[in-house]
Design a protein around this ligand. Structure first.
Ligand code: 5GP
Ligand code: MG
Length: 178
């Protein structure tokens, strides 16, 4: 889908395809430097991570293993609800690994805060967070990501994996919903 076919409510581009390519190559370089020679698991939070993570791992010059968990704090619409995490137990077999949790966007911080508490007790060599977008103004809990693609303002955004009622995940860029 390209920007010419978009509804008027999605005309404001927040991150272009070109900017995305730059972000991917920068973060991939940072991770490649930081984790060379280490056992690394890249674990994505479904479903929003799927495009960002697919782009990112293909630019890493490292041996990595890949896993996913599902965590969702948004039901339908734009307001967060109760956090649900599934497939958590599958991480147990990576105990001696460094783990990077990958998500589309860091918002209130609820998801990462909760995950950090859970992961601390599991004995990983290290746990870090990597997000494509960050909305620092929205933070309710003290969490931050080691790797951040771009900081944006307090707007609801879609595309590049991010949805609005499950639509628009396949846009190759990020747009604000007006
Ligand atoms: P947090 O727990 O940090 O509040 O929420 C993070 C999750 O909320 C993200 O993984 C994403 O699923 C959802 N989210 C937060 N802001 C946005 C947004 O602007 N657009 C979309 N589509 N999802 C968002
Ligand atoms: Mg999410």
């Amino acid at each position: 889908m390209d920007s010419n076919n978009l509804p008027d409510s999605l005309k404001k581009i927040i991150v272009s395809e070109e900017e995305i390519r730059g972000i991917i190559s920068r973060i991939a370089q940072e991770i490649t430097q930081d984790y060379s020679g280490k056992n690394l698991l890249i674990c994505g939070i479904l479903r929003g991570c799927f495009i960002f993570m697919a782009d990112l791992v293909r630019h890493l010059e490292l041996d990595v293993e890949i896993s996913f968990i599902k965590a969702s704090s948004y039901g339908s619409g734009k307001e967060p609800g109760e956090l649900k995490i599934v497939e958590f137990e599958t991480l147990d077999k990576y105990k001696d690994y460094y783990i990077i949790i990958v998500d589309d966007i860091l918002d209130t911080g609820n998801t990462f805060y909760y995950l950090e508490q859970e992961l601390k007790s599991k004995g990983f060599a290290g746990v870090d967070f990597c997000v494509f977008l960050d909305k620092p103004e929205r933070r309710q809990l003290p969490v931050s990501a080691k790797y951040t693609g771009k900081r944006i303002g307090n707007e609801f955004v879609v595309g590049y994996g991010l949805d609005f009622n499950e639509k628009y995940r396949n846009l190759p860029f990020v747009a604000a919903v007006e």
